[in-house]
Design a protein around this ligand. Structure first.
Ligand code: GDP
Length: 360
């Protein structure tokens, strides 16, 4: 599933951020099929294009692309050695496609830090180490079984080699996401182990309001995690923004020197980290964004709406969002020759506005 797992040490602002994120739950009502558990939030990918599409088509409602977040509790220092609830966090984190670490960079002396001092670098190291240790344990446990299998079946030998190479890499303190490629490890061979550090990481730095405009400070934090993505916000401000009427929220944002809520950035960057894109559909009922992997073909895109659309796919009528908005309406875009008929080999592009033709 396409879920972003939120991790972080205790007292870094994880719950504050998660609650703010999911209070914004316009989507929950639109996705009745999604069983929403208390630690799972489905939020809408902010997308200005949908607002404009809805104007062009006179759509009654807007349905943004869903992005799921899961609040993963219990990943604390020593979890791999049984501290806290031990490895109980594993079950939740396995389902996540990317891992977002919330890092405390705010100074408030009234909020206790578990290790007694605010040190983003140390906190990042602590969480990284726990994830690496969890993977090391998984690989260590699997190796004897894999070796036994390889004795019976020659074609299992590459899996053993991959597991041994992964063990070495992890043991050197490197995540598989960062190091597997350079070490020549084929992660597909290890998919059955559901390793954690194969997932992309991104970072939210929870900073003091006053630091949001301090470029030098933010650059220092960014450097700690590069090339991973870093997002900066004041979780406390974010949770206040959610409760304000739009004009007051804008005022508060501007007073902190920002142009959009940090949560919006998080949702967008999280979505990008998952390697996804969206195409759009619009009509009088709704203007809607649909999620597809980068590289998806037109029939695959149709299948996201309904499997019948994929099975019976004939062709797709497509106009790029920019061309449509420039023309001002669908008929004007057609007259201008901007609307194309694409067949089953067409590779979808982000922002394609689509109508599928299909047999039922
Ligand atoms: P969690 O344990 O990581 O889920 O942390 P919480 O979200 O429960 O936050 C722990 C404490 O820090 C709470 O008292 C929050 O009000 C406070 N807190 C969270 N974010 C911020 C922030 O950005 N600035 C300040 N000053 N306090 C915060």
């Amino acid at each position: 599933s396409l879920t972003i797992g939120i991790v972080g040490l205790p007292n870094v602002g994880k719950s504050t951020l998660f609650n703010a994120l999911t209070k914004n739950d316009v989507l929950a009502a639109n996705y009745p099929f999604a069983t929403i558990e208390p630690n799972v939030g489905v939020v809408g990918l902010p997308d200005e294009r949908l607002t404009k599409l809805a104007e062009v088509f006179g759509s009654e409602k807007i349905i943004p692309a869903p992005v799921s977040f899961v609040d993963i509790a219990g990943l604390v220092r020593g979890a791999s050695k049984g501290q806290g609830r031990g490895n109980a966090f594993l079950a939740n984190i396995r389902d996540a496609s990317a891992i977002c670490q919330v890092v405390r960079a705010f100074s408030d002396p009234n909020v206790l830090h578990v290790d007694g001092k605010v040190s983003p670098a140390d906190d990042i190291e602590t969480i990284n180490t726990e994830l690496i240790l969890a993977d090391l344990q998984t690989v260590e446990k699997a190796l004897p079984r894999l070796q036994k299998e390889a004795k019976l079946k020659k074609d299992r030998a590459p899996a053993v080699a991959a597991a041994e190479a992964a063990f070495k890499l992890l043991n050197d303190g490197t995540t598989l996401y960062a190091g597997a490629q350079a070490a020549g490890i084929d992660l597909e061979l290890l998919a059955e182990l559901h390793l954690l550090t194969v997932k992309p990481f991104l970072y939210v730095f929870n900073v003091d309001e006053a630091e949001l405009g301090n470029a030098a400070f933010l650059d220092e934090l960014r450097a700690l995690v590069a090339p991973a993505e870093a997002i900066f916000m004041d979780a406390k401000i974010e949770s206040e923004l959610i409760d304000l009427p739009e004009d007051e929220a804008m005022e508060l944002l501007e007073s902190t020197g920002q142009t959009e809520p940090g949560l919006n950035q998080l949702i967008r960057v999280g979505f990008q980290t998952l390697g996804l894109q969206t195409y759009l559909t619009a009509g009088p009922k709704e203007a809607r964004a649909w999620v597809i992997p980068i590289g998806a073909t037109a029939p695959e895109a149709a299948g996201v709406i309904h499997s019948d659309f994929q099975r019976g796919f004939i062709k797709a009528e497509i106009v790029s969002y920019d061309d449509l908005i420039e023309a001002g309406s669908m008929s004007a875009a057609k007259s201008a020759g901007k609307v194309r008929m694409e067949g089953k080999d067409y590779t979808m592009k982000d922002g394609d506005v689509v109508e599928f033709r299909f047999n039922v």
